[in-house]
Design a binder for this molecule. Structure first.
Ligand code: SF4
Length: 245
């Protein structure tokens, strides 16, 4: 829970749409997710856990060469075969189990077809995904947004860093609280959520690193918590009322 004593921040926040439009004007569309099919996006969402994308690409290239980027073909692989293919993505034994669990769910519950998921409410799908071994909120939401075209905002470390530095978070919020803050200030739009998350990652890699490089950053003019000296004001509060997507 948020510490009630720190429920206000004095920084004059830019609206999230202003942040989004500023990022988009500088970087342009990011064309996420970098996967050729929804199934490939699902696979990538698991493989990208705790590693960078270039390692995931190597694993996916291996799978593509072996023509097993298809749910039932992937499940037909032995543990050793699948582990060897995804080895470049790291933690391959753990990821082999997680990937197999995800694909097993996809095949058993939805016939291995994205079209079969189309009539299912987003929150129900999210609940199913969160019940799968190794699928946490970030992975579930990445799959919902980028593979299944659902208006679900993805929260990651880049999101927390950028929004925290620009007065949108107090620090210590749960995943669901950050998600609720964001979606309560944006319209539920798949294209917007898709692009916004990708742009946050883009600026996160370029400038908003653990040690921020604010000089020359596209958001340099956007007020920061550091600029305000972390002072508190009773006038501004951040609403984080949970909201379903
Ligand atoms: S590097 Fe600085 S200006 Fe850029 S997004 Fe991060 S906190 Fe904002």
């Amino acid at each position: 829970m948020i510490n009630p004593r720190s429920k206000t921040l004095s920084v004059h926040r830019w609206p999230l749409m202003q942040i989004y439009e500023t990022l988009l004007a500088r970087y342009g569309p990011q064309h996420w997710w970098p996967g050729e099919t929804p199934f490939e996006v699902m696979v990538g969402a698991v493989l990208t856990q705790n590693t960078n994308w270039s390692n995931v690409e190597k694993a996916i290239d291996e799978m593509r060469r072996a023509e097993c980027l298809e749910p039932r073909r992937l499940l037909a692989l032995s543990q050793a075969e699948l582990s060897a293919m995804i080895r470049p993505s790291g933690y391959f034994r753990v990821k082999e189990r997680r990937l197999r669990s995800l694909v097993r769910w996809f095949v058993d519950c939805h016939g291995g077809s994205v079209a079969n998921c189309s009539g299912i409410p987003t929150e129900d799908l999210r609940e199913e995904l969160l019940g799968i071994h190794g699928v946490g909120p970030e992975t579930a939401d990445s799959i919902l947004l980028y593979a299944l075209d659902r208006p679900v905002f993805v929260v990651d470390a880049y999101t927390r860093r950028l929004l925290g530095r620009h007065g949108w978070l107090y620090g210590g919020e749960s995943y669901e609280q950050v998600r609720a803050i964001v979606v309560s200030h944006l319209k539920p739009d798949v294209a917007l959520y898709n692009e916004f998350h990708a742009l946050i990652v883009r600026v996160g890699k370029a400038n908003c690193r653990p040690s921020p490089r604010c000089v020359g950053c596209v958001l340099e003019a956007c007020p920061r918590i550091e600029d305000s000296g972390r002072s508190r004001s009773p006038k501004e509060t951040i609403s984080w009322k949970p909201k379903t997507s």
